[in-house]
Design a protein around this ligand. Sequence first.
Ligand SMILES: Cc1cc2nc3c(=O)[nH]c(=O)nc-3n(C[C@H](O)[C@H](O)[C@H](O)COP(=O)(O)OP(=O)(O)OC[C@H]3O[C@@H](n4cnc5c(N)ncnc54)[C@H](O)[C@@H]3O)c2cc1C
Length: 428
Amino acid sequence: MGTVPTKFDIIVVGAGPAGSSAAYTLAKKGFDVLLVERGRVVGSKNMFGGRVYLKPLKDIYPDFEKSAPIHRWVTKERISLIHNNDITSIEFEGKEATSFITYLSQLANWMAIKAEEEGAILLTEVTVDRFEVEDGRFTGIRVGDETLKSEVIIDAEGANRLLLERSGIVAPLKPKHVALGVKEVIKLAKDEVEKHFGLDENEGLAWILMGDITGGTPGGAFIYTNKDSVSVGLVVILDEAIENIDKHIYNYVEDLRLHPLLKRYFGGGRIMEYSAHLIPEDVWGMMPPQYYYDGLLITGDAAGFLLNLGYTYRGVDFAAYSGYLAAEAVEQAYSSGGPSKENLAVYKKLIEDSFIYRQLRKFRGVHSLMKNKRLFTLYPLIMNLTARNLFLPEDESLKVLEAFKKARKGRVSWFTLLKDLFMVVRQV
Ligand SMILES: Cc1cc2nc3c(=O)[nH]c(=O)nc-3n(C[C@H](O)[C@H](O)[C@H](O)COP(=O)(O)OP(=O)(O)OC[C@H]3O[C@@H](n4cnc5c(N)ncnc54)[C@H](O)[C@@H]3O)c2cc1C
């Protein structure tokens, strides 16, 4: 860091989607911005399932589709309930798409380059140890024995948010606040991806699976088709996993990849990459008490801005948009006289007026739904038994209701079933 200036208008910590979009937007507005990332290269520490919703990114980067690393557009959605060697699925397919599949490492890298092109200084392999605080105001970052000063810090450090913890803003994360995600990327030829998953060129599949593949732990699995590889992984709620899971989580991914009904999709592919990461799960439980402090704005996963609907995650677009709003807030604070705490408070308003907050509030109940183990064990079993009763008659065929009743009998009461159904319909 020897030749780098020691004072900036803004220091952004973390070059994930939140940090890079903040740095890009601020640099574009003419601010003097430093973006610091602990990874050796940008993207090396970022991990996700596979799908990003386009609109928020287009709002930030108007020419997004021209140069961003888009592998495939999601034209096919599949949700499957899995039990033993049976799978029951629903599928939606069309020719339009509002989301795309990518590698987060490539997208994060693209976003950081965009910030650099606008004039932000990017430093990689720099781990911020703590924030500097003077008279209650956040005034810079501490890296080893060096201090870099700024008018405003944007915290985009992601789900672990150790810097917020060290600053006393949040308590240490508890297992109940987060889920653990693990993923393998399997290399396949581009035409094999298309052949195996029934896709045309540039088309992609987002596939969510729930059932006994997570060993009875609330969570689910995902499969995303990249351009010439497939991402396969699973997510489990951490506190439940600690209680339930009796083998290494990696083995669950392996079981998924080798499942008798799934292995044909990966046939011939070799594992290119294995990764694991935490995901905010109980976002309202882990949120910092405020998103803005004197000299500090908190964005992305560090702020708990992630939506889990069970069948899809929206973390990247939420993170990127919160970074963008942090940049807008800084600009508005400067035009109201300077980045004082009072002026930075506009960030709260921008967040609360945005789709981020509206969506988090609207789906607030989903987290409690995710704790209902019956959704991940019993109902996949009942749905698959119903399908068996319908599609594998040994003698006389059954009506749909008869097939369902036979599968349900002795497993769950009508009362519990209807209560669970009501909760699903109400929350999701
Ligand atoms: C298994 C899994 C599946 C997911 N699936 C999806 C999906 O399909 N779609 C979707 O939209 N979202 C998904 N998400 C969520 C999404 O990945 C996150 O919401 C998003 O990456 C958050 O962006 P961020 O910039 O806030 O944090 P991150 O992407 O975590 O970036 C934080 C950055 O800060 C850096 N950093 C941290 N501490 C320091 C420090 N002290 N000094 C310097 N640098 C630091 C890190 O190295 C990292 O690069 C998934 C997440 C996981 C784990």
